[in-house]
Design a protein around this ligand. Structure first.
Ligand code: 6R9
Length: 594
């Protein structure tokens, strides 16, 4: 569509309002606590708010092509901020608010953000998280790195939703005059109209960082028309969305699932969705089911890790609520094990709903392998078949195509509209990461198996990446934090299966000469990972490793470490190791709690 022009925000809002959907609810907002006031925002009101905020951005000097970082909780100002960027052609770069200030700083520096949008804080269960304070730390760090983010716009959120827990809010939100601005003050005098910036089909829409196997995050860049087309079409068809349906995706907007299936896909279809700030466990373990009941949700989209965590409480919490409105259940983020699939199907869907196990990536923009509800006969645990226009191929190590039944590298042999266009400011790394292993193919980094009926089963990452509760991260990223500790000489991190999180981090640590490995070191290291990457990256096990199993060329044999992590003595051939003894020693050193 190169050469054609459009504006994404215009397509999502103005077009729907003109077509008579002005009074329809675009979003219901459900707060962390059930007694928080809930809000509904119509398409007309959303358009007005977006225009007003677009005018705020313009007044702060933001122009087409500028990067705007966003670090926000799940509040309605988040889609408003994104769409305001899209309206004026600014490129948003959202950083999930669970990331640490270091991670935020690294991302703002990489994209040379001009402005940051955040909130004073967020509610998560019993706790308030003070996001503005974290932003201040991040803004200082970026400054030290040599880039200045000029402005910071802050939503005042903590107090407006706390009829239940006002005492928890500390009064002081750190503030820097001439840099920080309250959202509500900026919005006060703004016009509720703003002419959209017409964008070329291939102009950038947003970037979103995803983990890379070398440890440095990759700024995946999506453009305008292809992404819009793909988000709109997959949403409509994969969730079988019909007028009057109420759709709820539990993903945080800070991840790609939130971008495509909380914001762009649903709004492009004039859909009504729920946005939820809280957690599945607060104030009780039935919160998801109560929200489904409250809004009469028809399509529900969540992650296997959430399903496994909720399965543990049995059917009791589910039976307290009426879930009979449900038609389609979605799963995303990691392979769903058949046991969780069946529980979802039976207890949530009452054997009446289609389950769509949607395989895709930040890079693919939208679903690429997925069943279509009511049309694809389901197999628990299989993402089944490609979406229209997607051509998956399985390759062996030598790049030879595996036809029929078999397992191999999952690659795509032709582009599709929603695919990423480049890595921000690093096209070379883009070509290298995705196209160099098998020239002529886009390489997903996942393995897959094709069964006798042609169904695809995703088997998980084939590179040094792991997926903890649906959060993708690289072992290298964690290793580089661990080895920064002054008492650590070397580290190796592997993934270990986990009953709820899917995978978890198992870390081997070699202390420096004459250093001891003790509880203090373990807790220091856990704290470091938490602070540097984020709470979701917390290692489950940290083990003492007087040495690591290395080949004579110095490569760590990770498959051996993965066996040690699960206490499986079938380590296979270790004859290429420089020191075979080390394997036995590592088995002996496994901590009791592991
Ligand atoms: C959308 C999203 C991408 C990685 C991907 C794969 C895993 C996602 C999956 C799945 C099996 C599914 N993944 N969906 N594995 N079945 N239905 O999660 O994007 O955060 O970039 O992660 O997640 O390993 O390569 P992203």
């Amino acid at each position: 569509m190169e050469g054609a022009s459009t504006n994404l925000c215009y397509n999502l809002l103005d077009r729907n309002v003109r077509n008579g959907l002005g009074d329809q609810i675009a979003y219901y907002w459900e707060g962390n606590h059930p007694d928080d006031y809930s809000r509904g925002l119509t398409y007309r009101k959303l358009l007005e708010e977006v225009c007003r905020f677009a005018n705020v951005l313009k007044d702060h000097g933001i122009r087409k092509g500028d990067r705007v970082s966003i670090y926000m909780p799940m509040i309605l100002e988040l889609p408003i901020a994104m769409l305001a960027c899209a309206r004026i052609g600014a490129v948003h770069s959202i950083v999930f608010a669970g990331f640490s200030p270091d991670s935020l700083a690294e991302r703002m520096f990489d994209c040379k953000a001009k402005l940051l949008i955040t909130a004073d804080g967020a509610w998560r269960g019993e706790k308030a998280l003070y996001l503005k304070a974290l932003c201040d730390t991040a803004l200082e760090k970026v400054e030290e790195m040599g880039h200045s983010v000029e402005k910071c716009i802050v939503v005042s959120h903590l107090k407006r939703v706390t009829p239940c827990q006002p005492d928890h809010v500390e009064e002081e939100i750190p503030w820097t005059d001439d840099r920080d601005y309250w959202w509500h003050e900026e919005m006060e005098d703004k016009e509720p109209a703003c002419y959209p910036e017409w964008m070329d089909a291939e102009d950038p829409l947003f970037m979103l960082y995803t983990s890379g196997s070398t440890g440095k995050p990759k700024g995946v860049l999506h453009t305008t028309a292809g992404y819009l087309l793909y988000a709109a079409t997959t949403f409509k068809i994969v969730f079988d969305y019909k007028p009057g349906d109420i759709y709820w995706c539990t993903a945080d907007v800070g991840w790609i699932t939130g971008h495509t299936y909380v914001v762009y896909g649903p709004l492009a279809n004039g859909a009504t969705s729920v946005i939820f700030e809280g957690t599945p466990f607060f104030p009780g373990n039935d919160r998801y089911w109560s929200v489904i009941d409250k809004y009469k949700v028809t399509q529900f989209y969540t992650a296997p890790t959430a399903i496994r965590a909720l399965m543990k409480f049995g059917e009791g919490p589910v039976l307290k609520h009426n879930l009979s409105g449900l038609k389609v259940l979605g799963s995303v983020g990691e392979p769903i094990n058949p046991e969780a699939w069946l529980w979802y199907y039976k207890h949530i869907g009452k054997e009446q709903c289609s389950i769509v196990d949607t395989f895709w990536q930040t890079e693919t923009g939208g679903h690429v392998i997925t069943p279509l509800p009511g049309a694809t006969p389901m197999k628990p645990g299989s993402a089944s078949f490609p979406f229209f226009g997607v051509k998956p191929t399985l390759l062996d190590e030598c790049g030879i195509e595996i036809k029929g039944e078999g397992e191999g590298y999952l690659v795509f042999s032709q582009p599709w509209p929603g695919m990423m266009r480049t890595l921000y400011n690093n096209h070379e790394r883009f070509e290298d990461t995705y196209f160099s292993k098998f020239p002529g193919f886009y390489c997903t980094g996942d393995g897959a198996r094709r069964d006798a009926d042609g169904y695809l089963w995703i088997t998980g990452r084939v590179d040094d990446m792991l997926n903890v509760s649906g959060h993708l991260m690289s072992t290298a990223e964690v290793e580089s934090v661990l080895t920064e500790h002054p008492r650590v000489a070397e580290s190796a991190v592997v993934s270990r299966p986990h009953p709820v999180k899917g995978e978890c981090l198992y870390c081997f640590i070699t202390p420096n000469e004459n250093e001891v490995f003790d509880q203090k070191l373990i807790s220091d290291l856990k704290k470091m990972v938490r602070e540097r990457i984020g709470p979701f990256a917390m290692p489950d096990v940290i083990q003492n490793a007087p040495g690591l199993p290395k080949t004579r060329s110095g490569k760590i044999m990770r498959r051996v470490l993965r066996k040690i992590a699960v206490n499986d003595r079938n380590v296979g051939d270790t004859s290429t190791l420089a020191d075979e003894q080390i394997v036995e020693q590592l088995f002996a050193n496994r901590p009791v709690e592991a």
